[in-house]
Design a binder for this molecule. Structure first.
Ligand code: BDR
Ligand code: CA
Length: 312
């Protein structure tokens, strides 16, 4: 089996951390590098958190790069109200010893896509799309070399979580999202419509803890913390594990169901900034540019997560 090559672009975030662990616990995937971006918390913290997660997985060999510290043309909006002030609140966090790579994340993305055979690298964005859009704008030749983009962002039926109309990752950098959705690359989207069905429950969190390993304990403590926001705000049973849906799709696409639709991003209206206007009902003749997911087999998803985190 040849492992599928991926670059994870991320703003950890407890759910980002779980996504990275899922990838590192899965032999079907080769993580070429992790590129940090500003999002849930500012860039110095998302970068540090990416290092913490690699060390937790015992993978100090993974290349971690710092990327863009602010959206393309807007002021950064962060989400400490969800993730806490470190971005990974919950357990006591170690100070990472592992070194950050020299060089900028955007250069790494460009150089990797140029160096690897065309059509063999998948991009997995788990945060605002600033690094990816910057790479595409600076080096348009790499666009046709991307195998696929599988990203967490947007919403249709669930509409918004940071404003009434927009999901956080797209809202933070709508201009970047616009560039990515117009790139012509095959895009698989994990919107809130899916991730709000991938909810932690007591038995699911206890299954992580019962692994009896350090990654299992950390994931349980992260999800314990992360849950409190959604339980209070939405009255839901637990927290949505948004970002791991991206990695789970690469491993078991049959867990997800969606539609090929056209998705456009609102970049002008103050009221609906960052809205993903998905033509779910095909009411326009705009050509589909994304596989927009709508459903997940949550039991299968959590079984996969627990199994792979247990391998670390
Ligand atoms: C997304 O925003 C972040 O807070 C999460 O990490 C996820 O990527 C959900 O809207
Ligand atoms: Ca994220």
């Amino acid at each position: 089996m040849t492992a599928r090559k991926i670059i994870i672009d991320t703003d950890p975030g407890q759910d980002d951390a779980v996504a990275v662990l899922l990838a590192l616990g899965s032999p079907e995937l080769e993580v070429l590098g992790i590129t940090a971006v500003a999002g849930n918390v500012p860039l110095p913290l998302t970068t540090k958190n990416a290092l913490i997660v690699c060390e937790l997985a015992g993978r100090t060999d993974v290349k971690v790069f710092a990327g863009c510290e602010a959206p393309l043309s807007r002021k950064l909006v962060t989400a400490e109200h969800v993730h806490g002030k470190t971005g990974l609140d919950g357990p006591q966090l170690p100070t990472p010893k592992m070194a950050l790579q020299d060089g900028h994340a955007v250069d790494f993305i460009i150089e990797t896509l140029r160096a690897e055979p065309a059509g063999t690298v998948t991009l997995c964005p788990l945060g605002p799309l600033t690094n990816i859009a910057t790479a595409f704008s600076r080096a348009p030749d790499i666009i046709s070399r991307v195998q696929e983009i599988v990203l967490m962002g947007g919403a249709y039926f669930q509409v918004g979580n940071i404003t009434p109309a927009a999901e956080f990752n797209i809202y933070v950098d709508p201009e970047a999202a616009d560039i990515v959705f117009k790139s012509g690359i095959r895009i698989v989207v994990m919107p809130l419509d899916v991730t709000h069905k991938a909810l932690t429950t007591r038995p699911r969190v206890e299954a992580f803890r019962a692994l009896g390993t350090e990654p299992g304990r950390m994931v349980a403590e992260w999800t314990d913390f992360f849950e409190r926001f959604d339980k209070e705000k939405y009255g839901s049973e637990g927290a949505p594990l948004h970002d791991p849906c991206v990695i789970a799709y690469l491993l078991k696409p049959e867990l997800f169901e969606g539609r090929e639709v056209n998705v456009m991003v609102e970049t002008n209206s103050e009221l609906t900034l960052g809205m993903t206007v998905a033509d779910w009902w095909r009411v326009t003749d705009r050509a589909p540019n994304a596989l927009f997911m709508g459903d997940v087999n949550a039991d299968g998803f959590f079984a996969l997560l627990t199994d792979r985190i247990g391998r670390l």
